[in-house]
Write a protein that binds this ligand. Structure first.
Ligand code: ATP
Ligand code: LTN
Length: 334
């Protein structure tokens, strides 16, 4: 059976980009694959300026609760918190000695996030993709569902696996990134040329999974479009309308062309209201389930404990194998 691994940072409140670009696909994959999903809290401490310990604790619980609410099924899948297993940090060290400074320096996400920060950038931010490689490779994941902004990180994990296997013997499985068919890149509603992101400067263009219906309606109503009136998919000429069409398609499971044909000529107002309605309907059951789960934090903690135990059953032997391959002496052996 195919094994899937994916992770999300508890670095802010989950939004439509996270839901459509990641979670919807995570949930669907449970039907055909053995899935492992992780709240990657160690990744969330790589930017010291954004790091507030009490917020991190709260967001870690909330993100796990969100994943359960969306439909990650702890009976079929493994759901756990990254820092509950020290193997991730330890494996990162092994990979630090395999990964190259040059390839990490070129990572687009590192370049973007370190820009203008000069010498104050943390080593953790630089090493972020290596920790991500450890996440994936410790579990012998075949497939990694992620948004297309993560493509380079998955390629790096693949390169590290290949290099390790070549140098020390076959230990790691080579993973590949898989992207959802639609909603792969949800753009900001106020500026459809940048992706919807937790770290955006304004919240007006971000639709949060837990936003109430009124707020969702308002955000779509004020979404940036263009001065024309035609509704068609053209990312270059009509980025705003195209983004709304993509969100609409992802929320309803219908084809972009069919939706464009249905709404063309009806005006942007009607179209935006319909997209908002589809999104509200999509998040309604998720919000209900979230409320139920949030009322029982003990149960969420218990489920995460079970997840960590099951994750360890895979990660601990993989790390031991990697250490053996590298010649790191097991305890009790001389
Ligand atoms: P940050 O702003 O801190 O970069 P983010 O909101 O981009 O955060 P991540 O935690 O980096 O979210 O990403 C979690 C997952 O959601 C990843 O698989 C990522 O590719 C996906 N994702 C994030 N934003 C979008 C988006 N706008 N469209 C599609 N997928 C997205
Ligand atoms: N960098 C990823 C989060 C992440 C991840 C992973 C995704 C950390 N470890 C392992 C897939 C597999 C992001 O989405 N920003």
């Amino acid at each position: 059976m195919t094994r899937v691994f994916s992770g999300m940072q508890p670095s802010g409140d989950p939004h439509l980009g996270n839901l459509l670009g990641a979670w919807v696909n995570w949930v669907a994959m449970q039907d055909t694959a053995e899935c492992i999903y992780c709240v990657v809290d160690l990744h969330a401490i790589t930017s010291p300026t954004d790091h507030d310990p009490s917020a991190l604790r709260r967001r870690t619980v909330e993100l796990a609760t969100g994943m359960l609410a969306v439909g990650v099924d702890p009976e079929r899948s493994i759901l756990f918190v990254q820092s509950h297993l020290s193997e991730h940090a330890e494996c990162t060290w092994l990979f630090n000695c395999v990964a190259g400074f040059g390839e990490l320096r070129k990572m687009p996400q590192f370049k973007e996030k370190s820009e203008g920060k000069g010498e104050s950038v943390s080593v953790g931010l630089f090493d972020y993709p290596v920790l991500q490689a450890a996440d994936i490779l410790l579990y012998h994941a075949d497939e990694v569902p992620v948004g297309d902004d993560q493509r380079h990180h998955i390629e790096l994990a693949r390169d590290i696996a290949q290099r390790f296997n070549h140098r020390y013997g076959e230990v790691f499985t080579l993973p590949r990134a898989v992207h959802p068919p639609s909603g792969a890149r949800v753009m900001d509603l106020q500026d459809p040329t940048v992706k919807m992101s937790k770290s955006a400067s304004s919240e007006k263009g971000i639709v949060y999974v837990l936003d109430d219906p009124k707020r969702i309606e308002k955000k779509f109503k004020s979404a940036q479009t263009d001065s024309a009136t035609d509704i068609r998919h053209d990312r270059e000429q009509k980025p705003g309308v195209s983004n709304l069409l993509e969100i609409f398609a992802a929320a309803t499971g219908r084809e972009i062309e069919a939706l464009a044909a249905d709404y063309d000529g009806q005006g942007y107002g009607t179209f935006k209201a319909a997209v908002a309605e589809a999104v509200i309907e999509m998040v309604r059951p998720i919000q209900q389930r979230h409320t139920e789960l949030a009322s029982d934090p003990g149960e969420v903690a218990r489920l995460l404990g079970v997840g960590a135990t099951r994750a360890a059953e895979i990660a601990v032997p993989t790390l031991r194998q990697a250490k053996d391959a590298m010649g790191l002496l097991p305890p009790g052996v001389a």
